[in-house]
Every structure is written in C-alpha cells, then in structure tokens.
Write a protein that binds this ligand. Structure first.
Ligand code: 5GP
Ligand code: ZN
Length: 136
C-alpha cells in the first residue's frame, strides 16, 4: 500500500468509488471520467506501479476479473464491443501509477472520446456500477 496513491486509498475505503466487482485480489470500479459511459477500471488490491512491476500472479488475477466483468459491461450498456486499454509510464499515457486495466464499451462509429475532462457525478457512477453488477 502506498499512502499517497488514489487507488490504494480506494482499496482502503478512504476515497469513494462506485464498485462493480471485488474479490480477494482485485477491485473493479467506475472510472471517475465517463467520456465513454461505462468506462471502468480493474486493479490489483496490492500496489504495483505498472507492467514492469506487477507479478504474473497479480496480472493474471486482474485478467480473470476483466474476463468476468466484460460480458456484464457489454450487456449492461448494450454495447457493440469492448476495448481494453492499459498504459505503462507517463509517455504511454499513464497518469495513475497503480497498475490498472481500462475497460470501456464501444459502439459503432463512437469515435473514442476517451479522456473527456468532465467528471461524472457520484450518483451517475453509482447508477452505472449498479447496472453492470446486475449483469454479472
Ligand atoms: P491512466 O491514464 O493512468 O491509464 O488512467 C487513470 C484513470 O484513472 C483515468 O481514466 C482517470 O479518469 C481515472 N482516475 C483518476 N483518479 C481517479 C479517482 O480518484 N477515482 C476514479 N474512480 N478514477 C480515477
Ligand atoms: Zn496504489
């Protein structure tokens, strides 16, 4: 655990998050920016910086959770597809240095507005998280 890491703070319950799925090793929750409605993140509960730091076991646990959550995300949002994205290092676009995988629903011709600056409200995040949970 890293004191000043926002994702560690979410794991510890010190920072609010709209949780979609949780098991012993991983957590799936809504990304605070919903440039694409349904954008969610999957993290290991332990703090690893990126793909060069994470253990194969922890990465496998995140992959298992991705496979579990993705069909629910697709059903919940009635999406045409799902994109999986994972950035390592500033140059690759990583901004939170706790390993995470992005899942976001895709729609034909959606144009990928990924990092919109407008933050979603907690109510909106909770509502979408609940919708996806119902499809797990
Ligand atoms: P990166 O660019 O590092 O791959 O992605 C970091 C993601 O974390 C971004 O999509 C950003 O919106 C999201 N994010 C940053 N801070 C928080 C937060 O406090 N809560 C949640 N739920 N998401 C966050
Ligand atoms: Zn962390």
């Amino acid at each position: 655990m890293k004191e000043d890491c926002v994702f560690c703070q979410i794991v510890r319950g010190e920072k609010p998050a709209s949780i979609v799925y949780e098991d012993e090793e991983t957590l799936a929750f809504m990304d605070i920016n919903q440039g694409v409605k349904g954008h969610l993140l999957i993290i290991p509960k332990e703090h690893y910086v990126d793909i060069t730091d994470i253990t194969p076991e922890a990465a496998a646990a995140v992959a298992r959770t991705s496979v579990q959550v993705a069909p629910a995300l697709k059903r919940a949002l009635n999406a045409d597809g799902i994109s999986v994205w994972q950035a390592n290092g500033w140059a690759a676009g990583q901004r939170v240095f706790h390993y995470h995988v992005h899942l976001f629903p895709r729609f034909a011709g959606d144009g990928l507005p990924l990092h919109k600056s407008k933050m979603a409200s907690r109510e909106e995040l909770d509502r979408i998280a609940e919708l996806i949970r119902k499809h797990l």
